[in-house]
Design a protein around this ligand. Structure first.
Ligand code: GDP
Ligand code: MG
Length: 727
């Protein structure tokens, strides 16, 4: 029988770092059954018979959040052989709250006091021996980041797993203990002896989920009311307070604080970074820089190399003087001709597959650089501040700061972003988040942004930057508008979060996260996008000329099947400035995967034939649209219904067909109206053109502003679920 070690602890205490340290590359990542919380399992290095499980980060064993439910169910039902409880040594008070609960489960526990390196730097000391005595379990001091002490922690865990069930050392006050003893008595033999205490505590806390797990309905209201009367407080507060009293006694005895600076460096940085006035400009500058570097400079350079070199004529290894490496199309063409391949198959491979998929892969360097920056900002602790800053702003517009986290994840891919909304307990807040998360440009929309920026706007950094802020503006405006409807009326639930200290992330973690996001993109290029490119190539390569169906010559593209389909839908988009059937088709194929927009461009406009630099693409595309129309096209694609995968996620998370259609319809209509206004008003400013469309746009814009500024109607207040973090 394999030995099971579960890693439990608060969010951000270093569980995953320890998990990676203990298991190395022997990991399997999946989901917890039935929910979309990530489950990581692995084998202990050098011990095939020991499994390690990384539980979701939790603050308590109360079933408030999805993470808490998942972790608690695992501990109760699977009963691992031992729990390693990781504690952030710099934040003992908050972390030990969970520990007091884990120790009641009747499962052997080993404490791993993490962040030893920071403790040492601060000159703080934790007296391990005393802590072991007070907690009644073995304790190891570790630094998951540096890898110190983790071996010892694992050894202690394995030793504890074999040992006896730990005694409960912590006792509550006499009144509470009396009620607990009574409750344990009523539980009788319904649960094994060592688990009784946990169940008794939960019964007193009126935790109905625990009540349901017992085969028999147990009445403890008399005990609760007795306790509440005796101590004149509600039962949850009584138990929570007593835990904290116990925790402060531990801290008093077991910790010696070093001579810490009056204000830590983190606090000093936060004074500026989360400053009421400066916070937003700083965030804007940071994001501007990130997009500037990833789209315009480093990433842009990499993309040119891929497009002009690898997928173009060729490139030089080791500098201009170096070895010349021919591009893939050149090689493929030579190869196909050498084996005497049929003309049409050459067309499929060169124009369809290499032209289409290559157009997407060209943006990989930019995406990798962007993902690397985002991973860095996340790992160093800045993104937690952003959620905090955004909460202040979002709240004004009726959104919760919690919504920002799904949106942050959505910068990689909308699917996990939408799924992350599950952690939002409040139903209205959650629905609103699901509806708006995909407004934030995901990785797959990046190629569209880069294409338009490169072809029409000299690769200017502001295009990508504005795309990001169009996304945020769409989120905020939606918040304002939707909050004025009866469906969404009411204030968002309060948002409490912990700001971790800033620190330098390890290169490995940043690169791993960058690769996880980037790889899924590359994988998509090899599967769904490849398939779409092949289908598109056939649809554009065959059609009717003079009543006869067959393969088309190059200049007969307008007779293709695809053109026939495109021409039907194109008029819908004419008021947005891009009524060309090719553009319409591109927008629609974007529903399969957003990268397809660029793939479609590559095939239909024949980018494969020209070196893909901005000027040449511009000379091709400018025949079909103006710069204003190009921007309108971009905005439409950013805001409209997301790809099928993300729509699937919306459907799953909404769990209701009406809500799904409402969300997708809302997004698409908003995208249409926004693009209409951009094109019509933009054209009015640039060319002075005025027509029916312009008048309509002015009217829509005016109405939109009226709706934005119109005061919110009161629909009567509703109870809001308020709870502190610790409970
Ligand atoms: P989780 O949320 O519990 O899985 O925590 P993570 O493993 O993701 O760690 C949160 C952050 O704390 C990461 O940025 C880690 O690099 C950092 N971290 C983890 N352990 C240590 C440690 O021992 N020392 C320091 N200085 N940082 C750590
Ligand atoms: Mg983790």
């Amino acid at each position: 029988m394999a030995l099971k070690i579960a890693l439990a602890g608060n969010p951000n205490c270093g569980k995953t770092t320890l998990f990676n340290g203990l298991t190395g590359s022997n990991q399997f990542v999946g989901n917890w059954p039935g929910v979309t919380v990530e489950k990581k399992e692995g084998r202990l290095k050098g011990r095939k018979d020991v499994t390690v499980i990384d539980l979701p980060g939790i603050y308590s064993l109360s079933p408030y959040t999805l993470e808490e439910v998942v972790a608690r169910n695992y501990l109760l039902r699977e009963r691992p052989d031992v729990i390693i409880n990781i504690i952030d040594g710099t934040n003992l008070e908050r972390n030990l709250y969970l520990s007091t609960q884990l120790l009641e489960l009747g499962i052997p526990v080993v404490m791993a006091v993490n962040m030893a390196d920071i403790l040492e730097k601060n000159g703080d000391q934790i007296h391990i021996g005393k802590l072991e005595e007070k907690l009644g379990c073995r304790v190891a001091e570790i630094s998951a980041l540096k890898g110190t002490g983790i071996q010892k922690a694992a050894e202690l865990a394995i030793a504890a797993a074999g040992g006896k069930k730990p005694p409960v050392v912590h006792t509550f006050g006499a009144e509470a203990e009396y009620a607990l003893k009574e409750a344990e008595g009523r539980i009788g033999s319904l649960v094994p002896e060592e688990q009784k205490r946990f169940y008794a505590v939960k019964l007193l806390e009126r935790d109905d989920k625990i009540g349901e797990q017992l085969q028999q309905q147990l009445e403890v209201e008399d005990l609760i009311s007795g306790l509440e009367k005796a101590l004149e407080d509600d039962v949850e507060s009584i138990l929570t307070n007593e835990r904290y009293v116990y925790i402060s006694s531990i801290i008093k005895e077991c910790c010696t604080k070093g001579k810490r600076q009056a204000v830590s460096v983190s606090d000093q940085i936060d004074k500026i970074v989360t400053n009421r006035i400066l916070a937003l400009p700083i965030f804007a500058v940071v994001m501007g820089l990130v997009y500037y570097i990833s789209v315009t400079t480093i990433g842009g350079w990499g993309t040119n190399w891929v497009n002009d070199g690898v997928f173009g004529e060729g490139w030089h290894l080791f500098g201009i003087e170096g070895i010349f490496v021919p591009g893939i199309p050149v090689l493929a063409e030579a190869g196909l001709q050498a084996i005497g391949c049929a003309e049409w198959l050459q067309g499929l491979v060169l124009d369809g597959i290499i032209g289409g998929v290559g157009a997407v892969l060209g943006f990989v360097p930019q995406m990798l650089v962007l993902f690397m920056f985002l991973a860095f900002l996340e790992a160093c602790g800045y993104m937690a501040r952003v959620a905090f800053i955004m909460d202040r702003i979002f709240r004004k517009f009726g959104l919760s700061g919690k919504s920002f986290i799904p949106m942050l994840i959505g910068t990689g891919c909308g699917v996990p972003g939408i799924m992350a909304s599950r952690t939002i307990e409040n139903d209205r807040d959650r629905k609103m988040t699901i509806m708006t998360t995909t407004f934030i440009p995901c990785g797959a929309k990046l190629p569209i942004i880069a294409l338009i920026a490169g072809a029409f706007f000299h690769n200017s950094w502001w295009v990508a930057f504005s795309a990001f802020f169009v996304g945020i503006a769409a989120v905020i405006c939606s918040g304002i508008l939707l909050k004025k409807t009866r469906m969404f009326a009411g204030d968002p639930a309060p948002f409490v979060m912990e700001l971790p200290a800033y620190h330098m992330p390890t290169l490995g973690n940043v690169l791993r996260s960058m690769w996880e996001r980037g790889y899924s993109f590359i994988k998509k290029a090899g599967t769904i996008i490849l398939l779409s490119a092949i289908v598109l190539w056939f649809l554009q390569g065959f059609g009717w000329v003079d009543g006869a169906f067959g393969m088309l010559e190059e200049e007969q593209l307008d007779h293709s099947i695809l053109a026939a389909i495109g021409n039907v839908i194109a008029p819908i988009f004419a008021p947005l400035g891009w009524g060309d059937w090719k553009m319409a088709v591109a927008a629609v194929t974007g529903l399969i995967a957003k990268e397809n927009v660029v793939t479609t461009f590559g095939i239909l406009f024949g980018f494969g034939e020209v070196a893909e630099d901005g000027a040449e693409i511009w000379s091709i595309l400018s025949a079909s649209m103006t710069s204003v129309a190009a921007y309108s096209f971009l905005v439409f694609n950013l805001l409209c219904a997301p790809c099928f995968a993300a729509m699937g996620a919306i459907k799953r998370e909404m769990n209701n067909a009406k809500w799904f259609w409402f969300a997708v319809g809302y997004q698409t209509i908003l995208a249409y109206l926004a693009s209409l206004c951009i094109y019509q008003l933009g054209s009015l400013f640039t060319t002075g053109a005025f027509g029916v469309g312009t008048a309509a746009a002015v009217l829509i814009a005016a109405m939109f502003f009226y709706l934005l500024v119109r005061p919110r109607r009161e629909y009567g207040s509703r109870a809001v679920n308020v709870r502190g973090m610790a409970k």
